[in-house]
Design a protein around this ligand. Structure first.
Ligand SMILES: [Zn+2]
Ligand SMILES: [Zn+2]
Length: 446
């Protein structure tokens, strides 16, 4: 009887068990510090490097938008099959989840996004996008290649794994909230922690940048229709002018950040869209305005959202107009702020430091951009970092989302080896130790 009760308890403890705590991983005596170096050396092997480059170029030539990553997903599954890595598919339409290791806990996730952007590549090169109007301009092709690289390293070293690495190939990062869909499909079940990276064109290759706490803002979009009464522009007294009302609305929205927000709590409201009227002598019936709002905390974000409605409707009423406000993203959801777990940050500093040298592991200034990795971090401890790509001798790389965006493939061994090391060492360092007396104590309480 006691045994029957004991088993489920241990199981529960493994799934939802203690927030990760780490032993001091600076200990060199047990060989932990050698893992990142060994994996980097392995990833630099020309055979593995060329294979990753080949995969990335293939994906780059055939970019697919969010939830349409059919060929990309197929390519990933073909490579996992060749390596003998089992996976679940489909998850969130095109997503793939692979498993390497013992099949038992702890479970640690490493993630790549697969989607491209709806834009035309302008750079002429051998592996330019073959699909007009679609381009991998955010480096997600590189993310997939590096995660497959990590899979190869981990599969080769699977005997050393003390748990299970879960590979997340997720769709639709760019506005589609693919991470949220993966979570809704149960992808995080049993997973204790998750790591993700993004290529950074303006940081040196061989360096990684991140920090504990918020690194990216929560993001939402709004659109408002401000309605008045159209008429002759020379007889304004017979009209209700929505252009003037919208102008006052836009000015008033600026006061939310400048007068209502804590100056030490960064927030942004930008009206980026203003559509109304198309004649010199006609006051239009209505005007559409729209834009984005950003904040680092959920509280500030929700406060902004509420005040945007109040200011738009209230200020429009001052000018005798009506206003309706809609909030949306492509996926009808807001992206939460990207917040890195403190315990995982300390752990990452050790692992990345052991691989690259601590002088190459640098602090990151938070940005107002957003990243859907944040959805994972709302559920379990997660850590996100930037992987440098710049090689000064070859000139500056264009920014993410530029039609001239380029990836420096020399960064791939670092990305693959970091993914693999963070996962493998996590399993070694985060072994929940449950003493018999502890179990018995809880058991008696059940
Ligand atoms: Zn992007
Ligand atoms: Zn991206």
């Amino acid at each position: 009887m006691g045994y029957l009760k004991l088993v489920p308890f241990i199981f529960i403890l493994n799934l939802f068990g203690p927030t990760p705590t780490f032993s001091d991983s600076s200990s060199t005596s047990n060989g932990l510090s050698e893992i990142p170096k060994r994996f980097l050396q392995y990833a630099k092997n020309p055979e593995l490097f060329d294979w990753m480059v080949g995969i990335r170029r293939k994906i780059h030539e055939n970019p697919e938008l969010g939830f349409e990553e059919v060929e990309t997903s197929k390519l990933i599954r073909t490579e996992l099959d060749k390596m003998g890595i089992p996976y679940k598919y489909p998850v969130a339409v095109t997503g793939v989840i692979g498993f390497i290791g013992t099949g038992r806990g702890p479970f640690v996730g490493i993630r790549a996004d697969m989607d491209a952007l709806s834009m035309q590549e302008m750079l002429e090169w051998e592996h330019k996008s073959r699909i007009p109007g679609k381009m991998h301009a955010c480096g997600h092709d590189a993310h997939v290649a590096m995660l497959l690289g990590a899979a190869k390293i981990l599969q080769e070293h699977r005997e050393e794994l003390k748990g299970t690495v879960v590979l997340f190939f997720q769709p639709a990062e760019e506005g589609g909230g693919g991470a949220k869909e993966m979570i809704d499909a149960g992808a995080l079940e049993n997973v204790n922690a998750i790591f993700g990276l993004h290529v950074a064109p303006n940081l040196p290759v061989g360096e990684v940048h991140s920090r504990a706490g918020p690194i990216g803002a929560g993001s939402g979009f709004f659109e408002a229709v401000i309605s008045g009464k159209g008429g002759h522009a020379a007889i304004p007294q017979h009209s209700v002018d929505p252009i003037l009302a919208a102008s006052n609305v836009i000015v008033s929205l600026q006061h939310l950040v400048s007068r209502e927000a804590d100056p030490l709590d960064p927030q942004v409201i930008t009206v980026a869209k203003f559509q109304g009227g198309d004649a010199f002598n006609v006051i239009p019936d209505s005007v559409i305005i729209g834009g984005t709002f950003r904040a680092f905390s959920k509280r500030s974000f929700m406060q902004l959202q509420q005040r945007i409605v109040e200011v738009i409707t209230g200020q429009a009423a001052v000018q005798r107009c009506n206003a309706t406000v809609n909030f949306f993203t492509q996926a009808k959801i807001f992206y939460p702020p990207t917040i890195n777990h403190q315990g995982l940050h300390d752990y990452y500093l050790n692992v990345a430091g052991d691989m690259l040298g601590s002088h190459k592991v640098k602090d990151l200034k938070p940005v107002m951009g957003s990243e859907d990795f944040s959805f994972y971090q709302e559920v379990i401890p997660g850590y996100f970092f930037l992987l440098g790509m710049e090689n000064e001798t070859r000139g500056r790389l264009e920014s993410l989302h530029s039609p001239y965006f380029q990836v420096n493939e020399d960064a791939f061994p670092y990305g693959a080896a970091l993914h693999a090391s963070l996962a493998a060492r996590y399993l070694l360092e985060f072994q929940p130790e449950v003493s018999f007396s502890e179990v018995k104590k809880h058991h008696d309480e059940l």
